[in-house]
Design a protein around this ligand. Structure first.
Ligand code: ADP
Ligand code: MG
Length: 231
């Protein structure tokens, strides 16, 4: 579905993404794991076209078919905009549906993330962290993407809410036939969510393989270190 070739992005002297080549297959959930500062979010922003690479190519998918769910729905939602409008915005920008269908579509998206339709009239501060992240997911799905990047989507939530959101994301992936790039620094979460895992460090993919290969037979010392620190 996506073919990344020799992708590089530097910020001054920092090689945030350093000559990465990677394929993401249709229907899979690819986990991207690595410590803070390893370049995961930069790779995500490059795929989405939010920033421009210095070198390399991203092939196989149109930008309009990609969307992202951010770690912190608190900062990604405008406090002055009602939930319903926030969810409607991506489809309005793309003029995907006639105006009279928008309200019904918002209601459907709220249902998909298991929120009551009443939430459309609420403001972000009236919601819990978990509810806000459900809104973040509904908003990402608003423009009917085929490919979703989840950038640490549960890192700011408490453990029981994390489990709920992860289950929801699994369920939605299957229902809508989506492809995921799932970013996390926690291998336990990646293990639950993903089919394949890529291990990233200092802008490079150190190791990539099936979940079985990476979790049960890691080749790189760094992967072993990540594993030992997450169990
Ligand atoms: N806009 C930016 N300007 C300067 N440096 C940046 C910018 N974005 C990211 N970086 C740097 O690039 C590196 C990778 O960051 P990031 O992709 O956010 O890592 P991760 O998501 O894995 O924590 C870090 O050293 C970070 O400080
Ligand atoms: Mg990040």
């Amino acid at each position: 579905m996506i073919k990344i070739e020799k992708l590089t992005k530097t910020f001054g002297s920092i090689k945030a993404v350093d000559d990465i080549s990677l394929e993401i297959f249709k229907g899979e959930s690819l986990g991207l794991v690595g410590e803070s500062g390893s370049g995961k979010s930069t790779l995500a922003r490059l795929i989405l076209g939010l920033i421009k690479q210095d070198n390399g190519e991203i092939k196989g998918i149109a930008k309009r078919d990609c969307q992202i769910v951010f770690q912190d729905p608190q900062t990604s939602l405008n406090p002055r905009i009602k939930i319903g409008e926030a969810i409607a915005e991506p489809m309005l920008i793309r003029e995907m549906f006639p105006k009279e269908e928008i309200a019904g579509r918002v209601e459907k998206l709220l249902g998909l993330v298991m929120l009551n339709k009443e939430f459309a009239n609420h403001y972000p501060h009236e919601l819990s962290g978990g509810e806000r992240q459900r809104v973040g997911i509904a908003r990402a799905l608003s423009s009917n993407p085929k490919f979703l990047i989840l950038d640490e989507p549960v890192s700011s939530l408490d453990v029981s809410t994390q489990v709920e959101i992860l289950k929801l994301l699994k369920n939605i992936k299957q229902k809508l036939d989506l492809t995921y790039l799932f970013i996390a620094h926690d291998l336990l979460i990646i293990n639950y969510m993903c089919d394949r895992i890529a291990v990233m460090k200092a802008g490079k993919i150190l190791e990539i393989g099936t979940k079985e290969q990476i979790i049960h037979n890691p080749q790189r010392p760094y992967t072993k270190l990540l594993l030992s620190s997450s169990v």
